[in-house]
Design a protein around this ligand. Structure first.
Ligand SMILES: Nc1nc2c(ncn2[C@H]2C[C@H](O)[C@@H](COP(=O)(O)OP(=O)(O)OP(=O)(O)O)O2)c(=O)[nH]1
Length: 185
């Protein structure tokens, strides 16, 4: 059993689909406190901030702690979660017909071992259909997701090429997590 230190329904879904037993306790780390706009550094600092908050609160005596953060970068810009419809539209239009990378950092710490991993999945998207963008925004599914994208949903029909795990793009590189958790040492 592990503690998923996250409010994310997607991260819970990823662990459930991987048959990893967990309880979920989200934190309230303020990502706006992070100064850097470098996507990888931001992602690492956000993960570290979430970890420190929840490690202080729960420790790892009774079970390992797992936290994670994901950001998107396209054209060198840092894309976090869309603030409103206008922001979501801006992010989606930037990524339409473009290359975009999802960066996911995770920290897993038990009494015996610790994993700090930064994984990246890069997509080349076809141009998004304008009408589909509006429907997607109206559905509200674009909110609460880094870069306002949903690789297993809205983006799926537009994927021209992909490099990396889909789980990384959804918010938790479960393939690497499982390999690490299965290691005894
Ligand atoms: N379903 C889905 N969710 C995605 C996708 N890409 C990113 N996400 C979600 C995973 C995370 O919940 C969210 C990224 O935001 P954060 O890393 O700040 O996590 P969040 O604030 O949701 O939860 P947490 O900080 O872990 O409590 O976006 C995707 O392609 N599909």
């Amino acid at each position: 059993m592990i503690r998923l230190g996250s409010n994310s329904p997607t991260r819970a879904l990823i662990l459930n689909n991987a048959n990893i037993n967990f309880i979920q306790n989200g934190g309230s780390f303020d990502e706006d406190s992070i100064k850097t706009t470098n996507p990888k550094s931001f992602c690492y600092e956000a993960t570290k901030g979430k970890f420190n908050e929840l490690y202080k609160k729960y420790g790892i005596e009774d079970m390992p702690l797992l936290v994670s953060d994901s950001v998107v970068t396209s054209n060198g810009l840092l894309l976090r979660k869309a603030k409103d419809e206008k922001d979501a539209r801006r992010m989606l239009e930037l990524q339409s017909g473009n290359e975009t990378s999802v960066i996911t950092c995770m920290i897993y710490k038990s009494k015996h071992k610790e994993l700090i991993d930064i994984s990246i999945t890069t997509y080349l998207f076809e141009k998004f259909d304008e009408k589909h963008i509006e429907e997607y925004i109206k559905s509200g599914e674009c909110f609460g997701k880094a870069g306002a994208i949903m690789v297993e949903g809205f983006c799926k029909p537009y994927i021209k090429s992909v490099k990396g795990y889909e789980s990384t793009a959804m918010g938790l590189c479960v393939e690497k997590l499982k390999v690490f958790m299965d290691k005894t040492c």
